[in-house]
Ligand binder design. Structure first.
Ligand SMILES: *Cc1c(COP(=O)(O)O)cnc(C)c1O
Length: 518
């Protein structure tokens, strides 16, 4: 348990490193024909786009660049450092072989404007991935275009809009119903698509309050957005009834499938009655997220909605793969070209590696890990389970430390900060907002029992500390490269320097690079 200590480097920002004229990479000299080709290209460019001076970039040797970024990476925390039980985020381990496959020349150097016959393999990957995702979700057709879960939601909400418009009902149907435990992106996406959001409360068991849902549903209902299992980690046992209520009133059901970890291979949103589903490949399907790069939020729909999907759809005629732009009621494009292709390759490789049986096992292990952790953590003094006190949870659960807070003054935020000192990434805190002093844990299937025990030991220690020496927690973290940050300051952009240009202005740095020694 002891001994975690993050690196602390006093690394200058990259613009303050290096020296003028230093190079990290050398190109072979241009021969005359290359020079003249280059000149020809430059001559075709509009004059106003041609730079007079080279851009103001740092100039460093290769070793300086490598050391700079290695130092920064050592001051960070990621899934490759330790457990990352960030609820509703599914921070599972990202297999490195998938990274290698996505970095191959064949997958990396395809140009989206290449003729179709030269990118049959690329299209095959997209076609097969979307077919598998349709199978996994119980939908008819999947678009891979959206770049994130939230963009998938917007795509889905725009499809709901287009569907009601097509039926001449859009002016009447302008409400989307969303439970109060939903992810914040749900109401945001519905609002962006032009709908009014109607919130329904959670009942004592942590499920949608059915009576409240009935009274919220009317001929104004365009649809319902639901997460199942919901963000409390509880499966909505009344889902077929919920689906019936919405469908009887002419609404559509949207499934927020950002986290499919508990139901993968067990049940399918399509079978539960949902019409539209989005998935986060950067959660359930093991592609990196957060600082790890772009995500992917594919959207699947049932038959009557296929004609509304974004263009192009990737199709196969039994002989060749092709891009189909002929989608009669398409909502149009939601992203350039065909989606985050590199991410799609990683998810494709992941599904291919684990296979259908593997997918099934993933949800077994994810749910087992969550329940093991939930039972053990809820026995620690000051902590208790917000819902599902007696019943099993699914892939995640919400712990409340409101007792700890009232008895010791230590809040969920303080516990989260202190966990970092134990080499464990904090869970999601203060979410969902229906739980006081919430700590939302999602261990995922990729943690071993030893790592789960480490989380349990750390929280046991923290509870002891809170009752004996709360000061230690209130000032945490102590073992990280950066101590407790001023969160209020972060929300005042004027006090922050967010770019080199801002930094130069604030610190009166003249002109270009100014190597500074520290
Ligand atoms: C993560 C998440 C989202 C949003 O996904 P992004 O890719 O971050 O936009 C939506 N809903 C739920 C339940 C999530 O966990």
């Amino acid at each position: 348990m002891k001994g975690f200590q993050q690196a602390r480097w006093r690394t200058p920002i990259i613009f303050e490193s290096g020296s003028k004229g230093r190079k990290g990479y050398s190109f072979p000299p241009l021969d005359d024909s290359a020079k003249s080709t280059l000149r020809e290209i430059v001559n075709t460019l509009p004059r106003q786009l041609i730079r007079e001076r080279p851009p103001d970039l740092p100039e460093l040797s290769e070793v300086e660049v490598v050391r700079h970024f290695t130092a920064l990476s050592q001051m960070n925390f990621g899934i490759d450092n330790g457990p990352y039980p960030l609820g509703s985020c599914t921070m599972k381990y990202n297999p490195k072989t998938n990274e290698a496959l996505a970095s191959m020349d064949e997958t990396r150097w395809v140009h989206p404007n290449q003729p179709e016959e030269t990118m049959q393999g690329t299209l095959e990957i997209m076609y097969k991935l979307s077919s598998w995702l349709a199978e996994i979700t119980g939908t008819s057709k999947v678009t891979l275009q959206p770049a994130a879960g939230a963009q998938g939601e917007l795509t889905g909400a725009l499809i709901i809009r287009a569907y009601h418009k097509q039926n001449g009902e859009l002016t009447k149907r302008n409400e989307i119903i969303i439970p109060d435990s939903a992810h914040g992106t749900n109401p945001a996406s519905a609002t962006m698509a032009g709908f009014k959001v109607v919130i329904v409360p959670t009942d004592e068991e942590g499920c949608v309050d059915i009576e409240a849902l009935k009274s919220a549903t009317s001929e104004r209902t365009a649809g319902l957005m639901l997460t199942n299992p919901n963000t409390l980690g509880i499966f909505e046992k009344n889902i077929t009834e919920i689906s019936k209520i919405i469908h009887e009133h002419g609404g559509l059901l949207y499934y927020d499938g950002a986290n499919l970890n508990a139901v993968l291979g067990k049940t399918r949103p399509g079978d539960m009655g949902f019409d539209i589903v989005h998935l986060n490949l950067h959660k359930t399907f093991a592609t990196p997220h957060g600082g790890g790069g772009p995500g992917a939020g594919p959207v699947g729909v049932k038959e009557p909605l296929v004609d509304f999907l974004p263009v192009p759809l990737v199709e196969y005629d039994g002989n060749r793969y092709y891009l189909n732009y002929d989608v009669p009621h398409s909502i149009g494009k939601v992203r350039a070209f065909y989606g985050s292709f590199g991410v799609l390759v990683k998810a494709f490789a992941y599904i291919l590696t684990v296979g259908a049986e593997g997918l099934d096992k993933i949800s077994d292990m994810a749910v087992l890990n969550a329940n093991y952790l939930a039972r053990k953590l809820s026995k620690i003094k000051g902590f208790n389970l917000a819902y599902a006190k007696e019943k099993p949870v699914k892939h995640e659960f919400v712990l409340s430390c409101s007792r700890l807070h009232s008895e010791t003054g230590v809040s969920a935020k303080d516990v989260a900060k202190r966990l970092l000192d134990y080499g464990i990434h904090p869970p999601t805190i203060y979410f969902p907002p229906v739980v006081k002093e919430a700590l939302m844990f999602e261990p995922t299937e990729t943690e071993t029992i030893e790592e789960l025990d480490r989380i349990i030991d750390a929280l046991t220690e923290i509870s002891k500390e809170a009752y004996e020496n709360p000061e230690k927690i209130l000032t945490a973290p102590h073992c990280t490269s950066v101590g407790r940050v001023d969160e209020a300051k972060a929300s005042h952009p004027r006090t922050m320097c967010l770019s080199w240009r801002m930094y130069k202005k604030k610190n009166h740095v003249a002109g270009g690079m100014k190597p500074k020694r520290r």
